[in-house]
Design a protein around this ligand. Structure first.
Ligand code: NDP
Ligand code: 2IT
Length: 450
């Protein structure tokens, strides 16, 4: 039997995935983005074609959809939909966050789960890829409502997770508060303290130091390595950051620690510009402690202004860190950033840049770091949390940050090396996809057809 060529194979797998995923546009976007870079890898490894690796990779091992009923503060019954997509466990237990946001649907969870397979492989830790969440909207909900929702969500999820099976963590709308409520319910139902079942726990009861900071800090470490390779540094440079959640806040903090100046942040109501550099403590007070809108920052800081409904990419900067959500940098935003003199774009969020915008950055020789490499520090530190839980040990902050730094340097180097090996040095999109794909494929090949 003769094998199809690498191009024919990629086309055929894309066609099958599209037929099975009607209306799943985010998922298909993520699949295209990865598969379209893999032709040179498949040419070198015809055994992956023969073993149907790609055909299996685009189909989740298991998908769980469930009803999440809960009672709001007025006594009314509400119903949300819950999801957990267990995408690929060739490298270890399924691992990936939970997202609570009204835009969550199967396509969004599948795109995130698919990306997670490759991201987790790049960390060098032994974790598979998965993702979950709900279309629950925590905005404006009381702590009691959030708790009852989380308890109901966990009442179903408990059947599908475990330290050797599937280990969820946070994502948009899921932070320490929600992980705490879900862990509590898990402990109550199982009557066991299985710390390694969830990551992102409070540091006082099994959480890892630096997990909160890890995604943002890690993205800046990646940017630093990428700039270093190009003979530059972060000190003295201006950065635009979007979002004002977990990832954005810690990107801002680390940029400033390294001598750069982060001058923007945003939420779904608009953005702030602070030419003096964002005061990260004030930002945390507004967004984390008070859970207020971003305009409250500008009201308290004379050097800042609030721009309603705008996008941070109109502000001229050297560095851009999209840290809010998918497809937040389109073609026009990329053009504005290039006009403003941007040198490097580092994705803190998952898939924040559209394919057209990525192509434009690469044509304009702007350094571009894809999320699956640049934001891998969060899940890598989750894996360190699992390790500490299994050993019943606890590392201090500096040790944990040093481990994160070393992992991000390795992610950068292995990504860069793969970009060189497949003929496009500095193309981190190709490098990340190729390096991760080979790691996962090899494990799948050796474990047989399952
Ligand atoms: P948070 O919930 O802490 O913050 C999300 C931020 O993005 C908020 O400022 C929010 O504004 C904004 N945002 C979210 N959705 C939208 C939207 N549809 N339109 C406009 N603004 C939006 O989430 P994280 O910081 O944890 O996550 C941000 C990104 O980073 C996501 O893409 C996530 O998948 C990714 N990521 C997160 C990791 C983690 O460890 N937490 C790890 C790796 C990647 P508002 O409050 O107004 O909604
Ligand atoms: O997108 C991501 O990598 C995350 N939301 C973190 C997942 C995790 O398991 O820590």
């Amino acid at each position: 039997m003769s094998l199809p060529t690498a191009e024919e194979h990629v086309h055929a797998v894309l066609a099958t995935a599209a037929r099975r995923s009607v209306g799943e546009k985010e998922f298909m976007q993520a699949v295209h983005e990865v598969l379209e870079t893999l032709t040179p890898v498949l040419q070198e490894h015809p055994e992956y074609i023969e073993a149907g690796i790609l055909d299996r990779l685009v189909e989740p091992e298991r998908q769980i959809l469930f009803r999440v009923p809960w009672v709001d503060d007025t006594g009314r019954v509400r119903v949300n939909r819950g999801f957990r997509v267990q995408f690929n466990s060739a490298l270890g237990p399924f691992k990936g966050g939970l997202r609570f946001h009204p835009s969550v649907n199967l396509s969004v969870v599948k795109f995130l789960g698919f990306e997670q397979i490759f991201k987790n492989a790049l960390t060098g830790q032994r974790i598979g890829g998965g993702k979950g969440g709900s279309d629950f909207d925590p905005a404006g909900r009381s702590d009691g409502e959030v708790m009852r929702f989380c308890q109901s969500f966990m009442t179903e999820l408990v059947h599908h997770i475990g330290e050797n099976m599937d280990v969820p963590a946070g994502d948009i709308g899921v932070g320490a508060r929600e992980i705490g409520y879900m862990f509590g319910q898990h402990r109550r139902i199982t009557q066991r303290y299985e710390a390694g079942t969830l990551t992102g726990k409070g540091v006082g009861w099994g959480g890892a130091e630096v997990r909160t900071e890890a995604t943002g800090f890690g993205a800046v470490f990646f940017a630093e390595e990428m700039l270093r390779k190009a003979g530059q540094g972060i000190a003295g440079l201006k950065a635009a950051v979007s979002g004002s959640g977990n990832v954005a806040i810690h990107v801002i903090q680390k940029v400033e620690q390294l001598g750069g100046r982060a001058i923007t942040a945003s939420d779904s109501s608009g953005y702030i510009v602070d030419e003096d550099g964002i005061d990260v403590e004030l930002l945390k007070q507004v967004k984390v402690v008070e859970r207020a809108r971003i305009s409250a920052y500008a009201e308290r800081r004379p050097s800042a202004r609030f721009v309603k409904d705008g996008k941070v990419w109109d502000v001229p900067v050297d560095l851009a860190f999209p840290c809010a959500t998918e497809n937040e940098i389109g073609l026009a935003d990329a053009q504005a950033l290039i006009r403003g003199g941007v040198r490097a774009v580092t994705e803190g969020a998952n898939m924040p840049t559209t394919p057209e915008a990525v192509a434009l950055f690469q044509e304009a020789s702007v350094l571009f770091a894809p999320g699956k490499a640049a934001n891998a520090g969060g899940v890598a530190t989750s894996a360190l949390e699992m390790r500490q839980n299994a050993a019943r040990s606890r590392w201090d902050f500096d040790t944990s940050e040093n481990r994160l730094h070393a992992i991000m340097t390795d992610v950068h180097d292995s990504t860069y090396e793969a970009s060189e090996r497949y003929g496009r040095p500095g193309d981190y999109v190709l490098g990340a996809n190729a390096a991760a794909f080979v790691t996962v494929s090899q494990a799948m090949l050796e474990q047989g057809v399952i």
